[in-house]
Design a protein around this ligand. Structure first.
Ligand SMILES: *Cc1c(COP(=O)(O)O)cnc(C)c1O
Length: 219
């Protein structure tokens, strides 16, 4: 696969779903990829990237940004409150707001720093113990709490369980978003982004299908 293949497939999926061309944002997930692969995608003109660790993002993106200042960086992995300030400084969007303590910390920092990335609230649609995100039953309350803190809530994010049909989780996320008046949906990865687009994804997070298999495992 290449960047062009993926963007072609996104365009086809948008059109098949009766959605406007360009309505889906491709986040190229560059975590643990060698710099030359990331650079190749930058050279092809792509400017929206995802990382799942603040530390790793801080290690590589300031340098890339010297050459490609219009890069947008999305944090898609768990965020510890002690890294929240750094995340705000580095990132244009955070997809992993998943608990009141983090929401309050982001609100306080946003006030102090006079800026805040776009935020997505992560929903643990599969109610998995090992996964971050608020359970579907707690979603409405937490979304209201974030809005009460004046946070710029762009939408919702989910990572379906590996062994289940992702479409069921995408549909659930879309329902929760709709009843809360949100239209941003961060869902769909290399194996299932077309299905996510059919179900309303506005942001797809695609890593290995663009860059190739990750060279070393994440954890
Ligand atoms: C790694 C990662 C992705 C991309 O996964 P691929 O299967 O390589 O496309 C998407 N979302 C999150 C949250 C990730 O951590």
């Amino acid at each position: 696969m290449s960047l062009q293949d993926i963007t072609d497939r996104i365009t086809k999926a948008e059109s098949a779903a009766g959605r406007a061309e360009g309505s889906v944002q491709l986040i190229a997930v560059s975590k643990v990829q060698p710099n030359d692969r990331v650079e190749a995608v930058l050279e092809q003109g792509h400017r929206c990237f995802g990382e799942n660790r603040v530390q790793e993002a801080a290690g590589k993106w300031p340098t890339f940004r010297e050459r490609f200042p219009d890069v947008a960086l999305h944090l898609i992995g768990p965020l510890q409150t002690n890294k929240a300030r750094q995340a705000i400084e580095l990132c244009d969007a955070i997809h992993s707001v998943d608990r009141p303590k983090l929401a309050k910390s982001l609100a306080r920092l946003a006030q102090e720093m006079g800026t805040c990335p776009e935020l997505f609230i992560q929903i643990n649609t599969g109610e998995e113990d090992q996964k971050a995100g608020v359970f579907p039953a707690d979603a409405d309350t937490f979304i209201a709490e974030c809005r009460g803190l004046d946070l710029p809530v762009r939408g919702l994010m989910c990572i379906p369980p590996v062994d289940e049909e992702p479409a069921l989780h995408f549909a659930l996320l879309a329902r929760i978003a709709e009843r809360n008046g949100l239209d941003g949906l961060s869902m769909g990865m290399s194996g299932d982004f077309e299905s996510a687009i059919t179900l309303g994804a506005t942001h797809v997070r695609v890593g290995s299908a663009i860059f190739g298999a990750r060279v070393r495992p994440q954890e």
